[in-house]
Design a protein around this ligand. Structure first.
Ligand SMILES: *[C@@H]1O[C@H](CO)[C@@H](O)[C@H](O)[C@H]1NC(C)=O
Ligand SMILES: *[C@@H]1O[C@H](CO)[C@@H](O)[C@H](O)[C@H]1NC(C)=O
Ligand SMILES: *[C@@H]1O[C@H](CO)[C@@H](O)[C@H](O)[C@H]1NC(C)=O
Ligand SMILES: *[C@@H]1O[C@H](CO)[C@@H](O)[C@H](O)[C@H]1NC(C)=O
Ligand SMILES: *[C@@H]1O[C@H](CO)[C@@H](O)[C@H](O)[C@H]1NC(C)=O
Ligand SMILES: *[C@@H]1O[C@H](CO)[C@@H](O)[C@H](O)[C@H]1NC(C)=O
Ligand SMILES: *[C@@H]1O[C@H](CO)[C@@H](O)[C@H](O)[C@H]1NC(C)=O
Ligand SMILES: *[C@@H]1O[C@H](CO)[C@@H](O)[C@H](O)[C@H]1NC(C)=O
Ligand SMILES: *[C@@H]1O[C@H](CO)[C@@H](O)[C@H](O)[C@H]1NC(C)=O
Ligand SMILES: *[C@@H]1O[C@H](CO)[C@@H](O)[C@H](O)[C@H]1NC(C)=O
Length: 829
């Protein structure tokens, strides 16, 4: 049954946080809805399932907080702007935190990104507490002087705790810190050691993680301790800057805090008592400054506990104050924490798994991965300083290149309303800036990574939700025009938005030797592949709209990947692996890049990161990996590679020789590509080996940066036994790690269940066992393929039943439509 959305609801969505309950039935896990027998039955039956009441309790926020995962483990709402967390002096503190307790704590700041590279983003407005300064003036306020270690537990891990919407730690100075959050306001609690005579709290206005601040402005109110201020800061992955503002107020817990007994502005290590404005003490450039207060301790030797409410805004400090007053008027820490957890349970609980016969760690891995899918992008609605608009505004698109493959398709399955709001925000950016965002942080444009990869995100939304677009507030015309702008108009600086569109249209590839103005002439081969897929996404939208000519035009351009295929290139030592994508000159001849370039076997050990010194055509992955990167036309790729057997042996070569790169997104589909050779058992095995080898529930359980949830959503799909083809109506199918998994979709008000007959657990190595999909039924009827599912099964709410076998030689089936679609073999319906 389809739900007709009341268009009036759109008007309140920007203000309404719990969108999931506005539309459709809430299958919020916390409501303990009807609970089903864990036994899989063979007859299809009514789907509603809610077996896990509190999925947030399975989330381990510390996964990926050591060894370069850069995951943010602090307090945030789903897609909240506030991400309140601990900052450390770790060199890997892109999200502030590091799970290794050898690193000192430098403060508790309010914004952050999760899993990103670049410079440290958004560690703004740190709060810090002192229990033992000998006097106000002697407080070591500078970051280097104040920092100290966390307590360490007997097992060697830091004494930190985190759950969705909450974070706490015990510092070695005896102060306990707790954090929780609403969308635009953080709430901190500082509990001082017993007997603290002079509890002191400071606000650090300038240390953003990069020491980039300029134009600091701040005042404090000596009567109340209220601090208002802001500064300008550097973006982290682009040339831009942004302004951020804060409004900090204090409240005693269990007692009336009264007036601060001492107050003042500090610069570096020098607090100046009695000063109330930075202007009074600020004579030249000082990188560190803020406010410091001494408060009366709690009476009768009770432990002093002080709440610090930190509103943030990208518009003004007045707005930061208004945000704080509106969202946390009463400083109710437990209430805010509970509401945050409920919001998390609402979104996480829409995907339910049967835990029977499954390790707890697998369930934790699943919900933690799903959790990280919902940290970014961040909902900055009402906080866009660049233009006024009634549309939602989402930021921390960091970057669409990372997230388009798996994050948005996962949102299609269970969080389409948030997805629609993000799409509206992107379309609104295009209307005001001329091109869709590719990478964006802290309201500034960041460097593109190759494609104009909002295109497949908009395509993903429109192909799947076009019938609901208007009800969800998405203008079809605006969306389509935004796609055409990316496809056709060359921007002034294609390092920051859009594409090198003129070269693309003229040559049907991006030539290596064309030094067009407006961008760095790099990654020409990988950009060619990206634009081919981007145009495929546009063609898919045109097709839905019945714009036949446009669809033909963009499908044709989607075939441009073949223009950079050089059939004569081999890998040293593997003469059978013949044919690679390569950089090509404007005159049509090919240049040569070693296929091992930027792999673990690269003789030159290059990385192909954005700032790599050598510029030879590829971004963040080897030519070998990019020679698999044509998600929309694998059949054509198979042909270019010499047919089915060669295709399979090349995949085996990629895994056998370590060319599969778990740390970067262009490899994400490779384990599933055996599907196209009618060998889905091999996909099942490779994808499960990928999880076994590279993903686990430890703090180091990620193979690299989480990339704003790109890796989290990827792992969640693999555990669900699915892999998405963005901007299509198909999902590749394997066996889920759970006897049963269900997806509730609030726009359709339907639940789709995938059940496995013969399920007998998940071998820890990923190999062997009864894992292979032998046959598939949908609502009791045999399905056309064992290798993919059409979107219809999810819109209507279906019971999908898989019969599993231990025979790896399963096939996609015998019917005409058994193999997953490809552009050159009939395309996508
Ligand atoms: C959603 O579906 C359930 C049955 O599955 C029904 O009880 C409920 O009324 C529906 N909600 C809406 C808003 O249509
Ligand atoms: C759900 O059930 C659990 C276990 O029976 C119970 O502890 C919890 O309070 C229930 N939650 C709700 C919201 O009813
Ligand atoms: C952490 O701080 C302590 C003292 O505050 C210092 O001894 C130690 O070297 C610091 N650790 C790091 C990694 O900077
Ligand atoms: C910190 O210490 C308190 C006792 O004061 C304890 O309850 C808590 O579990 C400790 N750990 C964290 C992370 O809060
Ligand atoms: C948005 O509107 C407000 C109120 O009219 C105005 O003060 C502000 O300058 C506008 N912002 C922009 C970026 O146009
Ligand atoms: C590949 O080799 C064949 C045979 O030597 C040659 O005809 C063809 O031009 C080569 N193609 C490219 C792109 O170098
Ligand atoms: C094609 O262009 C490249 C690079 O500009 C040049 O080195 C090469 O000689 C040209 N080849 C032909 C056949 O013009
Ligand atoms: C051809 O490739 C080599 C090796 O990557 C590179 O150094 C050279 O600059 C490229 N030639 C042109 C004209 O881009
Ligand atoms: C967990 O995953 C990380 C990252 O892939 C890996 O380095 C580590 O060895 C794994 N740990 C275990 C116990 O498997
Ligand atoms: C699967 O096929 C391979 C090669 O055809 C064969 O060696 C193997 O025995 C088969 N496995 C099973 C379980 O039938």
């Amino acid at each position: 049954m389809r739900l007709k959305l009341n268009p009036k609801l759109n008007l309140i969505w920007p203000l309404c946080i719990r969108v999931g309950t506005v539309v459709g039935q809430s299958v919020s896990a916390s409501t303990n809805a009807s609970s089903e027998s864990p036994q899989a039955s063979s007859a299809p039956s009514a789907p509603p399932i809610s077996t896990i009441a509190d999925p947030a309790s399975f989330v381990l926020p510390f996964i990926g907080t050591t060894n370069g995962g850069h995951v943010f483990p602090g307090a945030t709402l789903p897609h909240g702007m506030i991400k309140a967390g601990m900052d450390t002096d770790s060199p890997g503190n892109h999200a502030g935190y590091d799970g290794d307790p050898q690193f000192n704590v430098t403060g508790f700041s309010q914004l952050h990104d999760s899993g990103t590279g670049g410079s440290v983003p958004l560690s703004n407005f740190k709060i810090w507490a002192f229990a033992q300064c000998s006097s106000f003036e002697k407080c070591p306020t500078s970051l280097a002087s104040r920092k100290l270690l966390r307590k360490v537990l007997p097992n060697g891990s830091p004494d930190d705790f985190a759950s969705p919407g909450y974070f706490s730690t015990n510092l070695t100075n005896g102060i306990r810190v707790e954090l929780t959050a609403t969308r635009r306001t953080a709430l901190h609690r500082y509990i001082f050691p017993a007997g603290t005579a002079h509890p002191r709290l400071m606000v650090d206005l300038t240390n953003d993680g990069q020491r980039s601040s300029t134009e600091p402005a701040m005042t404090l109110d000596p009567e109340t301790g209220k601090v208002e201020g802001g500064a300008s800061f550097a973006a982290s992955f682009g040339p831009g800057r942004y302004k951020a503002f804060t409004c900090v107020t204090f409240k005693g817990e269990g007692y009336d805090l009264g007036k601060p007994t001492e107050y003042g502005i500090w610069q570096g290590n020098f607090p100046v008592q009695g000063s109330t404005s930075i202007l009074q003490v600020y004579y030249g450039f000082v990188s560190e400054m803020g406010a410091l207060f001494t408060f009366p301790p709690a009476p009768r030797n009770a432990r002093t506990s002080i709440l610090v409410r930190v509103g943030v805004s990208f518009i003004s400090s007045q707005q930061a104050c208004a945000n704080a007053d509106e969202e946390i008027p009463d400083f109710g820490f437990e209430k805010v924490r509970t509401e945050a957890q409920e919001q998390w349970n609402d979104v996480l609980g829409r995907i339910q798994v049967d835990t029977h016969g499954v390790d707890k760690e697998t369930v934790q891995l699943f919900y933690s991965s799903l959790y990280r899918t919902h940290i970014s992008p961040a909902d900055y609605t009402g906080e866009n300083p660049k233009w006024n608009s009634t549309e939602p505004y989402y930021d921390s698109l960091y970057c669409n290149w990372d997230t388009y493959r798996t994050l948005y398709p996962l949102m299609s399955l269970h969080d389409p309303v948030t997805f629609s709001r993000i799409v509206r925000g992107m379309v609104d950016i295009q209307k005001h800036e001329g091109w869709l965002p590719e990478c964006r942080g802290a309201t500034a444009q960041h460097f593109i990574q190759g494609g104009s990869n909002a295109d497949p995100i908009l395509g993903e939304f429109f192909v799947k939700f076009h019938e609901h677009a208007a009800a969800l507030g998405v203008s079809t015309d605006d969306l389509y025009n935004a796609l055409l702008a990316d496809a056709e108009n060359e921007p002034p600086n294609w390092n920051l938005q859009g594409r090198q569109a003129n070269a693309w249209k003229q040559f049907n590839y991006i030539p290596q030797d064309m030094f067009a103005p407006g961008g760095a002439n790099t990654k020409q081969a990988s950009r060619t592949l990206e634009h081919a897929f981007n145009d495929f996404a546009i063609a898919q939208v045109a097709k839905v709209l019945g714009k036949t000519e446009d669809a033909q035009k963009y499908y044709k351009r989607a075939g441009n990947f073949a223009n950079i295929w050089n059939p004569n290139i081999t890998v040293p030592g593997a003469p059978d692996v013949l044919g690679m994508v390569q950089p090509r000159f404007a005159n049509g001849t090919f240049n040569f890049t070693d296929p091992r370039h930027c792999s673990i076997h690269d003789p030159e050990m290059a990385t192909c990161f954005l700032n790599a010194a050598r510029r030879d055509g590829f971004y963040e992955s080897s030519p070998i990996v990019y020679s698999q990167y044509v998600p929309h036309d694998t059949a054509k790729l198979m042909e270019l590679q010499g047919g089915l057997e060669k295709f399979v042996s090349r995949l085996d070569f990629i895994f056998g020789q370590g060319y599969f790169d778990s740390t970067n997104e262009p490899s994400q589909q490779i384990p599933f590509m055996y599907h196209y050779a009618n060998r889905p058992g091999l996909s099942t095995q490779r994808s499960r080996q990928t999880i076994a080898q590279f993903f686990n529930a430890s703090t180091n359980g990620l193979p690299g940066n989480d990339d704003s949830g790109a890796m989290g959503s990827y792992a969640a799909f693999y555990l669900a036994g699915l892999y998405p083809l963005p901007a299509t109506r198909q999902f590749l199918l394997s066996s889920p790690y759970f006897r049963q998994i269900s997806f509730f979709n609030p726009v359709f008000n339907t639940t789709t269940v995938i059940r496995s007959k013969n399920f007998n657990g998940n071998p820890s190595t990923g190999t062997g066992g009864r894992l292979f999909v032998q046959s598939v039924t949908v609502n009791g009827q045999p399905y056309k393929s064992n290798c993919y599912l059409d979107w219809d099964v999810f819109t209507s709410g279906s019971v999908i039943e898989l019969t599993l076998t231990d025979n790896i030689n399963v096939t996609c089936g015998n019917g005409a439509n058994a193999l997953p679609p490809s552009l050159s073999t009939g395309g996508y319906d």
